[in-house]
Design a protein around this ligand. Structure first.
Ligand code: PBG
Length: 324
């Protein structure tokens, strides 16, 4: 039936009608808040390009955690900034390292808040790469053991979920095997399966001082011209035991989220990354856009594209609106 019998505008007439037929909703249940934890004491240091986001020393975490919990946000993902970096990222798998200690602190304040940890050594290596380096080469297989060790120390400290973001081949299987061997059979893995080599990570690297000191990450992170390859990455990670699949970045990659959603039957997380956040904040600060409206539009669109979960620096702001 077409016009004039069909008039799609009929159901757009007012907000009550619109909300009755809205297909997608954003809920605080979907939000995961990234937390940056640094060495030192008494530190709550705002990240330059990410206004409203901070690096916290462990003693400053309790207040922040209570706020996150009170907003109804179900989960955080923790990133560590260690005091010492070296060639092999030793602090990443130090049982008493920055993230391992942060997990214990968070759990002591809010035992039911889901603590996810990013597993990747780039924040811990002096060269800033996500793997062991030989010459200009980033070695795959020798890195797997370090990632596995890192994941096990996180689980031992009380982490609820492990999120490998390194993009080494075979890491999900290696980590799954190591976790199982140590008895952590019930700890899920959220795999950054389709993680692209992207300039959108700029502000995050500034926050963690983790930009590679030579070259780039193109030999391990995906080429953004590719979408079929994302499907292969996801298929492999599911085979290796991933429980949740993550696509990153999100805003310019909604087609990838949709393809993964259509081709697989598994929860999907979208990472609304640092550069996406900074762009909105900068334009809003200039008065060029309505930052709050754009935030809600972006987040809902990620859900519509197929994301079940969204990792976002907007989590607290969005939660305030959603739970108001
Ligand atoms: C790697 C990691 C990165 C991000 C999350 N995990 C940086 C990178 O790959 O260089 C980026 C997140 C963001 O930009 O918000 N440990």
């Amino acid at each position: 039936m077409s016009f004039p019998v069909t008039r799609l505008r009929r159901l757009r007439k007012n907000e009550n009608l619109r909300r009755m037929v809205r297909e997608t909703r954003l809920s605080v249940d979907s939000l995961i808040y990234p937390l940056f934890v640094t060495f030192g004491k008494g530190i709550k240091d705002e990240i330059g390009a990410m206004p409203g986001n901070y690096r916290f020393s462990i003693d400053m975490l309790p207040h922040e955690i209570k706020e996150i919990k009170n907003l109804g946000i179900p989960a955080v993902i923790v990133f560590g900034i260690p005091e010492e970096k070296d060639e092999v990222g030793s602090e990443a798998y130090n049982p008493d390292g920055i993230v391992q200690r942060a997990i214990k602190e968070i759990k002591s304040v809010a035992h039911d808040l889901i603590v996810i940890t990013d597993v990747c050594i780039d924040e811990y290596t002096s060269h800033g790469h996500c793997g062991i380096v030989r010459g200009e080469e980033i070695l795959n297989d020798p890195t797997l053991n370090l990632l596995s060790k890192m994941a096990v120390t996180h689980a031992a400290a009380g982490a609820d979920m492990i999120a490998p973001s390194d993009m080494m081949d075979g890491r999900v299987g290696a980590i799954r095997g190591a976790l199982d061997e140590k008895g952590f059979t019930d700890i899920p893995i959220m795999a950054y399966s389709a993680k692209y080599s992207s300039a959108f990570y700029g502000p995050f690297r500034e926050a963690c001082d983790s930009a590679p000191k030579f070259g780039d990450r193109k030999s391990y992170q995906m080429d953004y011209g590719n979408s079929d390859e994302a499907i292969r990455e996801v298929a492999l990670d599911i085979e290796e035991g991933a429980d949740i699949i993550l696509v990153k970045p999100a805003m310019a990659y909604l087609d990838i989220i949709r393809r993964v959603k259509d081709e697989f039957n598994i929860p999907i997380a979208a990472y609304n990354v640092s550069g996406e956040y900074s762009m909105v904040k900068a334009a809003a600060e200039k008065g060029w856009i309505d930052g709050e409206k754009i935030m809600m539009e972006i987040l809902l669109n990620m859900k519509r594209a197929g994301a079940d979960l969204i990792l976002t620096y907007f989590a607290k702001e969005a939660a305030k609106i959603l739970t108001m």
